[in-house]
Design a protein around this ligand. Sequence first.
Ligand SMILES: *[C@@H]1O[C@H](CO)[C@@H](O)[C@H](O)[C@H]1NC(C)=O
Ligand SMILES: *[C@@H]1O[C@H](CO)[C@@H](O)[C@H](O)[C@H]1NC(C)=O
Length: 387
Amino acid sequence: MKYLLSLVALASVANAVAVPLDGEQAPFGVDYKHPGFDWDLSAQRLVQIEGQAPVWMTELEKIHAKQRGIKFFDITDTRDLGTVPRLQVKASFPSPNATEKVKPILKKLSTKGPRENLKHFSSFRTRHYRSDTGRQSQLWLRDRIAEITSEWGSKSLQNRISISEFTHNWGQNSIIARINGSSTHDDGVLIIGAHQDSTNMWPFLPAPGADDDGSGSVTILESYRALLAADFHPERSLEFHWYSAEEGGLLGSQAVAKAYEGRVNVLAMSQFDMTAWVKRGTREEVGIITDFVDLPLTEFNKQLVDTYLDIPWVETKCGYACSDHASWAKAGYPSSFTIESTFGNSNQNIHSAKDRIDVSDEFSFDHMLEFSKLAVAFAVELGGISN
Ligand SMILES: *[C@@H]1O[C@H](CO)[C@@H](O)[C@H](O)[C@H]1NC(C)=O
Ligand SMILES: *[C@@H]1O[C@H](CO)[C@@H](O)[C@H](O)[C@H]1NC(C)=O
């Protein structure tokens, strides 16, 4: 009965965005408790869907909405994100011109680390943000970042680096690795992001999340490793973010953006969400998202692809609140998003137990490496080198 009520409530939401109610039915009700999860499915959440006033719904109704392909921000804890006057340097993204500096760093990149890291990262039963294993995977990732920092960073670079957990009240924290720039004036930080959490369409089922977004998580980690291996001392501060709870409605990235808004200049934010899949019979390419992004930064990304990658770009769209870059856009900062292919050719196994490394040879570590190149190029072209 409770379940029927929730369907009725959702129907108005779904009708409003013209999404058919043809999903399967939930095997649980709002009072359902799953071992290993700390999640009250009856909790009321405030949800923002494109072009509508925010609506209250339960966590269970949120699950149903996601199953129907509805994309949203859960704004319960960040209602005023985007209302603070923005603090930002005037963003300009010149044509790439640091080729001699970028190219040697690209040579440091390898598929070895990403392969090992992703094998482990996708071995947790789920990295759901409200699960025990989601917390364990986050602690593993934090420790891995710290190991890479001490293994590959010079002493002088390590003195500029801080690794911190941005705590959330749901258990799995976001992680931030920051390399302080040498510039003495505030000319804005750069952010390279991915989300560490995974989910099954039925959130209590296994979710290895190898592509979504284990791939992005290890892609940016490899970029970080290569920059350290090259002893990259940036002029401008550079941060790597691994967000929690993207799958819950961009919860982690909104919380971080909220903390930065009005306080930190962000020159540019670049999101990596799904970087591994090359659909059989398609051309290998970089999907450049063109909706809900900053257009000058997106043009700059295309130039980086042209200059530094071995594959071409293709324009594609992914809709409202599609990944964590949207939280930064909402806060008024320039943000962009690149993905493994056109949205239509992307991995169809996501949000299922089949989102594994070994499900198909369409899962490509060589493809992922192209995205690590893109993140390195972004960091060096916009960050400058002080040594
Ligand atoms: C690239 O151009 C920017 C501004 O247009 C300039 O500040 C920077 O020094 C240039 N970098 C190189 C390596 O020439
Ligand atoms: C980096 O810079 C920030 C802001 O200036 C400062 O608070 C922090 O202590 C610095 N961190 C390191 C590791 O030097």
